[in-house]
Design a protein. Sequence first.
Length: 133
Amino acid sequence: MSTVASKLNISRVGRVCVTVADTDRALDFYVGTLGFEKVVDVPLGPDMRWVEVSVSDAETTIALAPPPQGRQAGESETGICLDTSDVDGAHAALKEAGADVDDEVSRYGGPVPPMFWVRDPDGNSLIVVEPQN
């Protein structure tokens, strides 16, 4: 282990941050559409809030936060993968709910699981994946 790494004491990925322009609209998507739970909602300076959502009992949360000063919210490929036991059912449900999803589930074969992209109201993309055991 490097000298720097030994001093960091990193123990887990606690949260990932997704920038949003409208916190309430984002909450409606992440909680209302995806079924996450709101676990943190506190003021973050004037007219801003720090909000975190989570899959039930998950250790890592998604922070729905305003962008840094001078930057635009959204349009990010977050790299967040959401696991499901039924990718086709999830795709159909999100499509029926009016979510911005890919037209079809991608199936690459081999060790790559079936997946599709879904985008939140700010254009941040997440991947819904059915892991292959």
